[in-house]
Design a binder for this molecule. Structure first.
Ligand SMILES: COC(=O)c1ccnc(N)c1
Length: 235
């Protein structure tokens, strides 16, 4: 899977690309991540990427030209244009179902805004779909782009080692329950013991205990997940 990230701050991604899971996925040719600096396409006489908003108001707006030119150039680079996503607080809320949908794509272009956002002609001309990672405003779309990459690559076959699986994750497809509590060595730490059932070797009992824990935790923390009817999941 190929990710192209269009940003004014490509350097933000250099250390992120080195983190172990992503680095291994890139080394294993399972994933490619290509940050692109939109400033390189600011070819007006002042090489500006932003400017003051028409009609006045605080802040700066990202000019349409460098963005549209950059997106079109990047789309020409690959074997096909890919799915263009603008990270925006006005977008469709990201959830695991959307992550699973995105993980089926072979190429995602992630368009990261800054300042007061993009000139409207960027959306008029490129028709990107907008995705939000939650109801709050960030200084830039780069953090949201990393969240999408991070969540999506976990679902690409081969990225998580054999010993790890996303199947039991909270929210994984069809799973409306939060994950059960986890324990590891030592068995007792500061007087707190891991549940005996987990050391019993009785896999049926362990599975039953984990399911019960997931149900109780979900009821306590996210009862709304249990209220979702099945139909809504098919939307
Ligand atoms: C500049 O981008 C944002 O502020 C943003 C992007 C995606 N999701 C959000 N909740 C905010």
């Amino acid at each position: 899977m190929r990710f192209d990230v269009l940003t004014l701050f490509p350097e933000i991604f250099s250390s992120y690309l080195g983190q172990s899971l992503l680095a291994k996925a890139i080394e294993g040719n399972l994933v490619e991540v290509h940050p692109h600096d939109m400033r390189k396409w600011a070819n007006d006489k002042h090489n500006r990427v932003d400017d003051r908003p028409f009609g006045g108001g605080a802040g700066m707006v990202i000019r349409a030209e460098p963005v549209v030119e950059c997106v079109e150039a990047v789309q020409r680079e690959g074997s096909h244009p890919g799915r263009l996503i603008m990270l925006s607080p006005q977008g469709r809320r990201l959830d695991q179902r959307l992550v699973e949908e995105l993980s089926q794509e072979s190429r995602l272009l992630l368009l990261c805004g800054r300042y007061e956002g993009f000139d409207q002609r960027v959306s008029d001309l490129l028709q990107p779909e907008e995705i939000s990672i939650g109801d709050y405003v960030l200084n830039g779309g780069e953090v949201a782009a990393m969240a999408i990459i991070d969540a999506v690559i976990r679902l690409i076959p081969g990225v998580l080692g054999d010993e790890t699986s996303s199947v039991d994750d909270s929210f994984s497809s069809g799973n409306r329950l939060l994950e059960f509590p986890q324990y590891t060595r030592p068995r007792v730490y500061r007087g707190l013991a891991a549940p005996d059932v987990l050391l019993s070797g009785d896999h049926a009992q362990i599975a039953a205990w984990r399911k019960q824990q997931s149900i109780e935790r979900t009821k306590r923390r996210r009862a709304d997940l249990l209220d979702r009817d099945v139909e809504s999941e098919d939307e």
